[in-house]
Design a protein. Structure first.
Length: 98
């Protein structure tokens, strides 16, 4: 690794979450929502130390295997937390409108 960031060498991540009625399918078993995350939103480059950090944390303090994706991965998306329906949904955007 040189002095410049190696982040551009990494792929875009695509997550697919079941249970969201945001696809065009009429079958509830096929409902899903995708989250696309660019490398600059899941990696951080520390120039002085020349260290590349992954912004995904593995949770080991509970019995269920889990990875936590943080606020950095929410960049370029608008997230809506609907407390009445106990759901969360999002859409890719650079603006703050529904």
């Amino acid at each position: 690794m040189g002095k410049t960031s190696p982040i551009t060498d990494f792929p875009t991540l695509k997550f697919r979450f079941k249970g969201f009625a945001t696809t065009k399918s009429n079958s509830p078993s096929e409902h899903f929502q995708s989250l696309t995350v660019n490398p600059e939103n899941y990696l951080a480059w520390e120039t002085k130390k020349k260290v590349l950090c992954v912004n995904i944390i593995e949770e080991t303090d509970i019995d269920i295997p889990m990875n936590i994706i943080g606020v950095q991965m929410m960049t370029e998306h608008l997230f809506v937390f609907d407390m009445e329906k106990d759901t969360v949904w999002w859409k890719p955007t650079t603006e703050c409108e529904l």
